[in-house]
Write a protein that binds this ligand. Structure first.
Ligand SMILES: Nc1ncnc2c1ncn2[C@@H]1O[C@H](COP(=O)(O)OP(=O)(O)OP(=O)(O)O)[C@@H](O)[C@H]1O
Ligand SMILES: [Mg+2]
Length: 252
């Protein structure tokens, strides 16, 4: 069983999209998958069609009472995967938990009881470096990084690497486990240059599969469906299916 934190300290690079699309495709390959929404924006929770006003147990409750474990907040998301949803109130966690000893390890502790229940736990995280991202990193076995094929992408990787070095004080073995190029438009030279630079710098950490820029991925969350259901024949759905096979080959 593998816990993958989907992280990148840059907004809108495809973290939530990758968490859902990859999770659902891993489920389709027969894996037992749990998605955890650690972002107060609740994009992942909304993308599976949940109504934020009707969520009784969210990841916020889990962080407030980690000893009880994460089970009470787990719900079937549909599409063959489970989810621990977030609500907008998760934004309070930062403030409420300030000064709480061990506050970076709350999610890790809460996940203990379900580690053997799932083959993959994928955690979506916010773009900022705060308590929720630290909890995500500290709870993960490896980090999955969506890298938007954009001019400043490698700059953002530098920031991420600094953060990982900091988190290694809490969790010495945490490291980048895979990098996936997202929103790739092969016609643009910038995209090609970023792809090439990333592969030179990170080698095999960069998955062979790249996720193309595809407007269906903008529409799918509005429809409350993962891409594999919303537009199964789209280039992006097929790319996430191939990514799932690469992830399975890497982590078993
Ligand atoms: N490959 C893609 N092609 C086109 N649009 C995409 C692609 N991947 C994601 N998007 C869209 O881009 C936007 C940002 O994606 P997403 O929400 O996954 O990013 P994020 O990194 O989770 O953002 P945030 O940092 O705000 O949490 C969304 O509207 C999403 O639907
Ligand atoms: Mg997101």
């Amino acid at each position: 069983m593998t816990v993958l934190g989907v992280v990148m300290q840059k907004g809108g690079v495809g973290k939530s999209t990758t968490t859902l699309s990859l999770g659902v495709e891993l489920g389709r390959l027969g894996a037992r998958v749990l998605l955890v929404d650690m972002d107060a924006q609740s994009s992942l929770t909304q993308a599976v069609g949940f109504d934020l006003t009707h969520i009784e147990h969210s990841v916020y409750d889990v962080l407030m009472n980690p000893v009880r474990g994460i089970e009470p907040a787990i719900q079937p998301a549909g599409f063959g995967v489970d989810i621990v949803p977030a609500t907008l109130g998760l934004a309070r966690a930062e403030l409420v938990l300030a000064g709480h000893v061990g506050r970076e390890l709350l999610l890790r502790r809460a996940l203990q009881g379900v580690r053997e229940v799932y083959d993959y736990i994928l955690i979506d995280s916010p773009p900022s470096l705060g308590l929720l991202t630290l909890n995500t990193m500290a709870a993960s076995d490896a980090l999955l990084v969506p890298l938007q094929a954009h001019v400043f992408a490698l700059h953002a990787m530098g920031h991420l690497e600094e953060t990982i070095t900091l988190v290694q004080q809490l969790h010495p073995t945490i490291a980048i486990g895979g990098i996936v190029m997202t929103m790739v438009d092969k016609r643009t030279s910038v995209n090609q240059a970023v792809d090439q630079a990333a592969r030179e710098r990170y080698g095999d950490l960069v998955f062979e599969t790249v996720i193309p820029f595809n407007v269906k991925l903008v529409e799918a969350p509005a429809a409350g469906q993962p891409i594999g259901l919303y537009a199964p024949n789209s280039t992006s759905a097929q790319a996430y299916a191939r990514l799932a096979e690469e992830v399975r080959a890497r982590y078993g």
